[in-house]
Design a protein around this ligand. Structure first.
Ligand code: ZN
Length: 299
């Protein structure tokens, strides 16, 4: 069996998925990310997982795709800007390390871009030519798939929807104020719930609590997401949206306020907007990274 490996290097865990040439996941493994031990250790942990999966599947590896948070150089396969939680990661030559260790081609993408490539290739919006992708995780990420390809923009930051202003006046993690992320990220949902109730719960626990304060916080998050996507729809005429990340697992809490906003403020084009949750879930980034390999190698 010939396989492509997709690697999703997150702040706390690294997911590795082995995919067939048609991007079916045949096996997967999740290992802790040794983020404080540096780039070499992080790639080492991912390599161990890839090798273990290859042994288990008795498969031949065609290539490796990696999705990582932060600003990345997709041509050079190098991390450009990483968050403080990663040690010795900015500047790390990721694809060179994978290629050297495994002897196959390797490619690097930003994790939100990989998420969208995964969903647009083999997930909730497979085959759609134009899609806005949003990830509601610890932070809020965005990506654009236009005319069947990722659109990075002149500085590689297209679709960065989490840090656009116009969403109130709360301080944002980036130092700005009133960004979408202050209402719609997992961290913000927990903080907004804490302000109302004095209780310290995670976004997931807030969703499970489902009390009036929890519903109100998720309602605000959904309404903010809807406003951001309506701006994008109006600007680009992209009417398909896929939403992933941990917060999107509380879809039944988010969806009503999103649908309400779409009903009250439909795009002027009159085209209906379709908003769907991620289908690939925790596999999305890894499958998207594997899809890049398939596209590059033409397998
Ligand atoms: Zn911000």
């Amino acid at each position: 069996m010939k396989v492509v490996a997709g690697v999703d290097i997150g702040g706390t865990s690294t997911q590795v998925a082995l995919c067939t040439e048609d991007l079916t996941v045949v096996d997967r493994l999740e290992v802790p990310t040794p983020a404080t031990a540096g780039g070499g250790a992080m790639v080492g942990a991912a390599l161990d997982a890839v090798r273990l999966l290859l042994d288990r599947a008795d498969a031949r590896l065609l290539g490796v795709g990696v999705g990582a948070a932060g600003v990345v150089d997709t041509r050079d396969g190098r991390i450009l800007v990483a968050s403080d939680s990663f040690r010795d990661w900015a500047g790390f030559a990721v694809t060179a390390a994978f290629q050297e260790a495994l002897g196959v081609p390797a490619f690097l993408d930003n994790d939100v871009n990989a998420f969208l490539r995964g969903e647009a290739t083999a997930g909730a919006v497979a085959g759609e030519p134009d899609v806005l992708g949003m990830t509601l995780g610890t932070g809020v990420g965005g990506a654009l798939w236009l005319d069947g390809a990722l659109y990075g923009g002149p500085h590689g930051a297209a679709g960065e929807i989490g840090h656009i202003p116009g969403f109130g006046d709360l301080p944002c993690t980036c130092g700005g104020r009133g960004h979408l992320e202050t209402l719609a990220s997992g961290r913000s949902i927990a903080a907004r719930y804490g302000e109302r109730t004095g209780r310290e719960l995670s976004a997931r626990e807030v969703a499970e609590a489902s009390d009036p304060d929890a519903l109100a916080v998720y309602e605000d998050a959904g309404a903010a997401v809807a406003r951001a996507l309506l701006v994008t729809v109006g600007l680009l005429d992209v009417t398909t949206v896929v939403i992933g990340g941990g917060v999107s697992r509380a879809w039944t809490l988010l969806e009503p306020s999103i649908l309400r906003a779409l009903a009250t403020e439909p795009p002027v084009s009159g085209h209906p907007v379709r908003v769907v949750p991620s289908l690939l879930g925790g596999d999305a980034v890894a499958v998207g990274a594997a899809a890049r390999v398939r596209a590059e190698l033409g397998v």
